[in-house]
Design a protein around this ligand. Sequence first.
Ligand code: P6P
Length: 336
Amino acid sequence: MKTLTEFIIEEQAKYPSASGNLTRLLNDLGIAAKFVNREVNRAGLTNVMGYNDEVNVQGEAQKKLDVYANEQFIAALRSGGECCAIASEEDEKIIAFDNDVSQSGKYVVAIDPLDGSSNIESNVSIGTVFSVYRRLSMVGKGRVEDLLQKGTEIVAAGYIIYGSSTMLVYTTGRGVNGFTLDPSVGLFIRSHPDMKYPEAGTIYSINESNSIYFPEAIREYLKYCHADDPETNRPYITRYIGSMVADFHRNLIKGGIFLYPGTMKNPSGKLRLLYECNPMAFIAEQAGGKASHGFGRILEIQPTDIHQRSPFFAGPTYMVEKIEEYMKEFSPDFGK
Ligand code: P6P
């Protein structure tokens, strides 16, 4: 039995130059996750359910748990002192800490504190998604440029899924490991070592109600998914719960592709690059899969805005490459 803290420290030992700062930052995130987990698990009981009459930067009605989760992760990172700035889905601008300790923090964090929160009332699994970068600015407060780095510069990425059990899944570029929270002792225990996509994918996850707005390539791909070809596990099984962390995690475990394409109405799609697409793309690649915007690697997009969106396809490599083939053949100019 290995706890998250033990594992992180062991991993640090593999990097001779490591000074422990990232170790402490990852632990800070793990601590915040436990507080969020406690509130998510009793959402229906302690009146944190429901909306707080605020609207976030996305124009989405904020739920009390969104705000609580945001506050928990910001507080943990501020007091931990390893992070100097945060880009959060819940805040229009970056949060650049101004206390001396945090200003010397070597890292910045992009985070969706509670993704899929519209599912809270229906008790569907929701999640936190984060990515960690080294800061580029040398001194003083963190800057937006520290957050506008390509996903290829990520030093750590992960998600927490608040589901039938609560899991923290993360990577620092040496494979993906999953830790299940044992609530009786409040420890994350390594339960899923070296997570990889299964060889054969059988699931596709997409909101098909948007079909009339999909580019031709996606409509053609859906016909491919529905076709009867047992040799390639088709027709694929459709599974979509509308909570990215839950859909992504299930497909990582069982083998399948997650799709959130751009549409004629929203060519950039819905998912945000910095704190949804990039961290999940890093994990997908570390799990032996691929993550694409339809024409290339998600991780190679140069961000220009902390809340920008991107089409997102992630899963076993051959499934994502099939999407890229279809985009090239049927919708080569989409979104350009
Ligand atoms: P749709 C949740 O709001 C979210 O950001 C992701 O968690 C999820 O994958 C997506 O939106 C669902 O969007 O348009 O299918 O409801």
